[in-house]
Structure formats: structure tokens, C-alpha cells
Design a protein around this ligand. Structure first.
Ligand code: PEP
Ligand code: MG
Length: 594
């Protein structure tokens, strides 16, 4: 039956990844005391029953240990406790509770936790109806056993999203970058969360995977339940719960329009990214996960301008060893078939904390200002050497560049270059092939200090990659992943743009390549301005590349330079925004008239 229009609820948030997804909700709720409930597919029934089996086995082992401890109690207490534990053990061997849970998993296709809670509720209701004190005490035992099983089930490591049905929409209090890394776009249609801002790493992951997403939606978990139908409108920044007919029809119409536009843009794949007056621009992709290699090729990227290597360290207990990292990188280098792969060394900390790095480090009161990125790498020598060796080995298979995150001083770059030289020598001595000379070593310009000292950094760096995401955050003192200040996060602030210009010019004077790999590189509002500043290399999520290319192919570089000069003379981001918008409206009209 179609949902009634009356149930429809529209919740606003920050649209962090464009597109429209329509699907069935799976709520991931990690708050204490909340039990996850979701539907499973027919194929997953056996795995879910196994999960229950593991929880039962765990419970039996816990009871066995308790029995051992009970043996050390004084006589009567030991006897009493022993009876109780025996009764519990018995329930875990064969009981109505377990039979019913298995039955519900199979018949209703719900997860083990949900089946367990439902069975406990039903048995409790029946016992209550008997109003017998003996039965009430028995119910207490059943409940205790049930709670033990529930705890075991909920402590089991996350199964990711492999069990959910195709077209599922994930709704959570918070979706971490590690959660997003587990979302296979062939299964997950989109996601929404109560926390999170526009430029956090989770938002970037959503764009990379092409999943419509809305973050910072207050009251989200109170408004939806697993099984509800929702629309995630990442373009408009809203989630519609139980949409009525009119809303659904509109969402489907927009989905069709987007599909048509994507198909039209696909025709640009092999066209050069060259302006009307013949200036070529190198359009590369940022890569979060190896599965984006296909997308990079599909959009005709000129290389990978930023490989965020954190994916190798996520959703695992131990960091990958050198061989594993080398194999992953080698496949990517070979996959790029001669186009450069820019490998950024691990950027853990800040808003990317969920990584297994094999060292304990304190996030501190200000994680973004703490032991993050290059600072951690220079401290955790074994971790860093392993990564550098793997990159050096992969560099023997094709063009590789090495990029260092969160650089603030010349010394950091020089220390890494010395270390790379030593590691190269060691590898060669043991007969392992490495690129010769060393791969180019670049610095992220993402901290105001780096932008302001770009002149001196250019003495040690072979290239710059301007990271406007962090540059905006650190310049404006706005947490890029915090929904409460998301409205203040503004890369158009003149302070940010001046730092971008400063770094771009320093790079040009030093004769080294400068790219922009922050999210503004894939934002059409900025394209003309960035080209006008003299930038000729942009790296972005694959989904954005065709649109940026189309824009560049309609631009005249002289107009872009005039625009940039005008913008740099403005003192206020609102004026900057309206100047860019006016320019872009004209450009849009030219594109539409094509
Ligand atoms: C940036 O800060 O702009 C950047 C590209 O790096 P990340 O988003 O991974 O921090
Ligand atoms: Mg950054």
C-alpha cells in the first residue's frame, strides 16, 4: 500500500553528496541500550543463525568460567549459584527461547538481536498472563540469559553492510569514514546521519562513492525506524521520511534527469580539458578506495592527484605489512597505466581517527592540532618506514609521486627526503627495484603556516598540492566535520583565497607544479577563479570531473584572469560569492546553449 501523505516528514540537514536516493532504511544505532534492528536477505539467514550460534557458544563459555569462580565460594552460596548457572546453561542448550529466535530469523528475516528481543517480549507476556510467582522468577532467568546473548551479539565485530538488501539507505547518529569505507554502492543507495559537516572525511567518502548523503540532520534517529521508506536528497540537503506519492514522483523525475545528464557528460571522456583559447588543464582524481580506479578511468582522469592511503588502515585490528601495502599500491600504479599516482602518506588523526596504526596515540583535547598526519608518521618510525618502503617498491612499476600531509616546516620535508634516500639505498642493496631517481616528493599546503612559507617550502618540495579543506578549517578555526559550525565553513573567505593565491604564486616562482586537491577543485563555482589564479592542475572526486571539464571547455582564460583579479580585490565572502555566481550564470547559459 502506498504510504499516506500524512506520514510524510521532511528533515533538513547539510547535503554533502549530491543526487537522490530512494530506499528502505537500515538504522545503525550504536547508542547504549539501543538494539539494532534490520531486515536480512534470504541468503544471509544461515550467516545470521551462525552469528547467534557464536553468541550462544560465547555465553556457554562465560557461564563455565562463572561456574569455576562459583566453586571458590563458600558451601551454600556455591550450591545456590551452581543451580542457577546450570539452569542458564540448560537454556542455552535447548530452550523455547533459542528455538523461537532461530525461527524468527528464518521466518521474518530479521537480525538476531531483533529476533531475540521480540522473543523475550513474547515469552514475558505469556508468563505475565499466568500471574504465578514461580513463573515470574523463571522469567527473570530467561531474561538474564537473553541479555547475556544480546551483549555477546552486540559486541561481535561489525559485519559491515554486507547483510543488508540492495538499495538500502543507512541512517545513523554518526557515519564514520571507516563506516563509509564499508559501503558498497551496489548495495547501499545513500545515507544520512545526525552528526557531521560538509567537508569532513565522511562527506568526501560519500562523494567519492557517488552516494547521495545528508549529514547534520537533527532529530533523525527519533524520526525513522528500520524498514521505513525514505528519500535522501543530497542535492537539496533533506531527508524525506515516508514520502507521499507526489514527493516520490518528483524524486524519480530528478533521478531520471541526473541519469540523462551523467550519460551526456560521459561523452566528454576522451575530450581534452582545454579552454576555448587553448590552455590545457590537468584534471586528476582523488581516490579514497581502490574501487574508484574504474571510475577514474571512466571519466578519463589524467592521473590520481591524491591517493588517501588511510583506507588500507581502516576496519582492521593491525596495520597492513609492507608486502600488503606494496601489492595494493602496485595494482593501482599498474591500473593507472602510465598516468601518475600521487600517494599521500598516512593522514591519521583529526577527523580520520579510525585507523589501525599499531601505535597508541592520544587524540588530545584538540585532535586537529595534535599528533596528526606527518607528525604521527615522524613519531611512529616503524609505521612510516613500512609505508615509505612499500611506496618506493611500487614506484618501480610506473609513475608515482609522494605527498606529505599537514606539512608546516621545511625540516619535515627534508627529514622525509633523507629517510627516503636511505630506504632506497637499503632496498637496492637487497636487490629490490625502486624508481630512479626518487619519486617527486610534494607537500600538502593545508595549514596557513605552509601557505605563508610556501616560498621556503618550495626549496625542499618538488610539487605542492593545495588542500583547501584543511586550509579553510585551520584558517577560519572552523571544524570541517562539525554540523554546528557547518554554516560558517567558507572556502570563499578572502583569507583562505589569499593563502591559495600566495601558495600558487610561490610555486610558480619556484617553477614547481601546483595542484588544488581540496573539495573546491571539484566545485564548479570555483573553476574559473582557480584557472584565473594560474592553477593548471585540479584533483577531485571522479564524479565531479566531467562537469569541471565541460566548464573548462567553455572558458576563456582571459576572462578567468579578469575574474580572479576582481575577486582578489574584494574584502567580503558574500561579495565574492555573488561575483562568482554572476560569472558562472553566464557560463552556464553558454553551456546550456551548446
Ligand atoms: C584537504 O585538506 O583539502 C585535503 C585534500 O586533504 P583531506 O581532505 O584528506 O584532509
Ligand atoms: Mg587535509
Amino acid at each position: 500500500m502506498p504510504p499516506s501523505e500524512n506520514n510524510e516528514r521532511i528533515l533538513g540537514g547539510v547535503g554533502v553528496s549530491p543526487g537522490v536516493a530512494i530506499g528502505t532504511v537500515y538504522v545503525v544505532d550504536r547508542r547504549m541500550g539501543r538494539v539494532p534492528e534490520y531486515m536480512i536477505t534470504a541468503e544471509d539467514v544461515a550467516a545470521e543463525r551462525d552469528r547467534l550460534g557464536d553468541a550462544v557458544a560465547g555465553a556457554r563459555e562465560q557461564l563455565r568460567q562463572l561456574r569455576e569462580q562459583a566453586g571458590r565460594l563458600s558451601g551454600e552460596a556455591a550450591e545456590e549459584f551452581g543451580y542457577l548457572l546450570d539452569a542458564h546453561l540448560h537454556m542455552l542448550t535447548d530452550s523455547r527461547l533459542l528455538r523461537q529466535v532461530h525461527n524468527l530469523i528464518e521466518r521474518k528475516r530479521i537480525n538476531a538481536e531483533a529476533a531475540l528481543v521480540s522473543s523475550l517480549d513474547q515469552i514475558a507476556a505469556e508468563f505475565r498472563a499466568l500471574s504465578d510467582p514461580y513463573m515470574a522468577a523463571r522469567m527473570q532467568d530467561i531474561r538474564e540469559v537473553g541479555m547475556r546473548l544480546l551483549r555477546n551479539l552486540m559486541q561481535a565485530p561489525s559485519a559491515g553492510f554486507d547483510h543488508v538488501a540492495e538499495g538500502t539507505i543507512v541512517i545513523a547518529e554518526e557515519v564514520t569514514p571507516a563506516d563509509a569505507a564499508l559501503m558498497d554502492p551496489s548495495r547501499i543507495a545513500g545515507f544520512g546521519a545526525a552528526l557531521g559537516g560538509a567537508e569532513g572525511h565522511t562527506a568526501i567518502m560519500a562523494r567519492s562513492l557517488g552516494l547521495p548523503a545528508v549529514l547534520g540532520v537533527s532529530g533523525l534517529l527519533a524520526a525513522v525506524r528500520s524498514g521505513d521508506r525514505v528519500i535522501v536528497d543530497g542535492s537539496e540537503g533533506r531527508i524525506i521520511v515516508n514520502p507521499g506519492e507526489a514527493m516520490l514522483a518528483d524524486a524519480m523525475r530528478r533521478q531520471r534527469a541526473l541519469a540523462l545528464e551523467t550519460a551526456a557528460l560521459a561523452r566528454l571522456r576522451d575530450q581534452p580539458a582545454t579552454t576555448v583559447d587553448g590552455v590545457s588543464v590537468s584534471l586528476k582524481v582523488n581516490m579514497e578506495l581502490p574501487l574508484e580506479l574504474d571510475a577514474a578511468k571512466a571519466v578519463g582522469a589524467a592521473g590520481v592527484g591524491l591517493l588517501r592511503t588511510e583506507f588500507m588502515f581502516m576496519n582492521r585490528a593491525e596495520p597492513p605489512d609492507e608486502t600488503e601495502q606494496y601489492e595494493t599500491l602496485r595494482q593501482l600504479v599498474e591500473g593507472m597505466a602510465g598516468s601518475p599516482l600521487t600517494v599521500r602518506t598516512i593522514d591519521v588523526g583529526g577527523d580520520k581517527p579510525d585507523c589501525a596504526v599499531g601505535v597508541d596515540f592520544e587524540a588530545g583535547a584538540n585532535p586537529a592540532l595534535g599528533l596528526r598526519a606527518i607528525r604521527l608518521s615522524l613519531r611512529a618510525k616503524k609505521l612510516f618506514d613500512t609505508q615509505l618502503r612499500a611506496i618506493l617498491r611500487a614506484s618501480a612499476h610506473g609513475p608515482v609521486r609522494i605527498l606529505l600531509p599537514m606539512i608546516t616546516s621545511l625540516d619535515e620535508i627534508r627529514t622525509v627526503r633523507d629517510r627516503l634516500t636511505d630506504l632506497k639505498r637499503e632496498l637496492e642493496k637487497s636487490g629490490v627495484a625502486v624508481a630512479d631517481p626518487l619519486p617527486p616528493l610534494g607537500a600538502m599546503i593545508e595549514v596557513p603556516a605552509a601557505a605563508l612559507s610556501a616560498d621556503s617550502l618550495s626549496r625542499a618540495a618538488d610539487f605542492f598540492a593545495i588542500g583547501t579543506n584543511d586550509l579553510t578549517m585551520y584558517t577560519l578555526a572552523i571544524d570541517r566535520a562539525n554540523e554546528q559550525v557547518a554554516h560558517l565553513y567558507d572556502p570563499m573567505n578572502p583569507a583562505v583565497l589569499r593563502l591559495v593565491q600566495f601558495a600558487a604564486e610561490a610555486g610558480r616562482r619556484a617553477g614547481i607544479p601546483v595542484s588544488v586537491c581540496g573539495e573546491v577543485a571539484g566545485d564548479e563555482r570555483f573553476t574559473a577563479f582557480l584557472l584565473g589564479l594560474g592553477l593548471r592542475e585540479l584533483s577531485m572526486v571522479p564524479q565531479s570531473l566531467p562537469r569541471i571539464k565541460r566548464r573548462i571547455r567553455h572558458l576563456n582564460i582571459r576572462d578567468a584572469v579578469t575574474l580572479a583579479e576582481h575577486v582578489m580585490a574584494l574584502a567580503d565572502s558574500r561579495q565574492i560569492a555573488s561575483t562568482l555566481d554572476a560569472f558562472n550564470r553566464e557560463l552556464d547559459a553558454r553551456i546550456a546553449a551548446e
